[in-house]
Design a protein around this ligand. Structure first.
Ligand SMILES: *Cc1c(COP(=O)(O)O)cnc(C)c1O
Length: 298
């Protein structure tokens, strides 16, 4: 594990021409199995579960959830048993058709229970969670995508790394799923009026997340220092389009940095879109946050 993870400068004629500096924060290198933002989200959850003498981790996710894979790996490493409640019951009897993510999680000892989409939809309802807790009194239950208060607080250390490695950054760009990562950065970066965090949604319509993110940040004024950078190409969570694949491949050719097609390739696509729209004034210092997710492409 490398702390802090490297902040690498990306050199390209286009960046020179636009008079901007572009860096990538290689947080994909922070942990081999519990990678990128998932490590930040889990680390305080693990500590809290240990403090409460819990013996099991339970969480929720779809078949391609990096959070499911990360939770399974974390449970194994920290001595918890784990249960993944997976969206969609069509895979229950068909382990041969499981995604690489589900297989990895299973190999790390996670028990998988497949819920019908109807039942899965109740995943954050208090009644449902209370029943689950009653049934599994020794379990620490983590929401889908891993975003809770402990997860948000996990970004304090990343924010302090970034401030040390590049105090005069002007834009930080991150991918958005639940918005937990964006909220954690917004909360802990002490953003000045010259700085902005841009979140590129990996899901079709992220508008509903605005309120959620502002609530996590807990500061009316700070919330003005982040915004969504919506892609102008049609996207859907988990749907890999040729535009996204091409970005993933080109970035590897240009900078030898691996991206994943669900999140980080979209984040980089958002950066290039904003660059093409001349959204970055000369002398901007832009940090692309590599949030990991590479387990899914192995
Ligand atoms: C889960 C994930 C995200 C989304 O993070 P949120 O905090 O849910 O917004 C972004 N990038 C990668 C690589 C992920 O695995």
């Amino acid at each position: 594990m490398q702390t802090p993870t490297p902040l690498e400068k990306l050199n390209h004629a286009d960046f020179l021409a636009a008079k901007i500096e572009v860096y990538i924060k290689r947080d994909d290198l922070n942990h081999p199995q519990i990678q990128g933002n998932k490590w930040h989200k889990l680390k305080h959850n693990l500590a809290e579960a240990q403090r409460l003498h819990k013996t099991q981790l339970i969480t929720f996710g779809g078949a391609f959830s990096n959070h499911i894979a990360a939770t399974a790996a974390a449970a194994k490493q920290y001595g918890f048993s784990s249960l993944g409640l997976i969206r969609g019951d069509e895979l229950a009897e068909q382990p041969d058709n499981w995604s690489a993510t589900l297989k990895t999680a299973h190999n790390n000892g996670m028990a998988l229970q497949f819920l019908s989409r109807k039942v899965y939809r109740q995943k954050s309802q208090p009644d449902f969670l209370q029943q689950l807790a009653l049934k599994h009194p020794q379990a620490w239950i983590i929401p889908e995508g891993g975003t809770n208060q402990f997860a948000i607080d996990g970004f304090k250390s990343l924010a302090s790394d970034l401030k040390q490695q590049c105090p005069d950054w002007t834009y930080i760009i991150t991918a958005v799923g639940t918005g937990g990562t964006l909220a954690g950065l917004g909360k802990y970066l002490n953003i000045s009026p010259q700085q902005q965090v841009l979140g590129v949604p990996a899901i079709g319509n992220a508008d509903y997340l605005t309120e959620v993110i502002n609530a996590w940040i807990e500061a009316g004024d700070q919330s003005k220092n982040w915004s969504f950078l919506n892609l102008n190409t049609p996207i859907r969570y988990g749907k890999i389009t040729p535009v996204i694949l091409q970005m993933q491949q080109q970035f590897k050719v240009d900078f030898n940095v691996p991206l994943d097609p669900i999140y980080t390739a979209k984040m980089v696509l958002g950066f290039y879109q904003a660059l093409a729209e001349n959204r970055f004034p000369p002398h901007s210092k832009i940090i692309l946050l590599h949030t990991g997710g590479l387990q899914g492409i192995r």
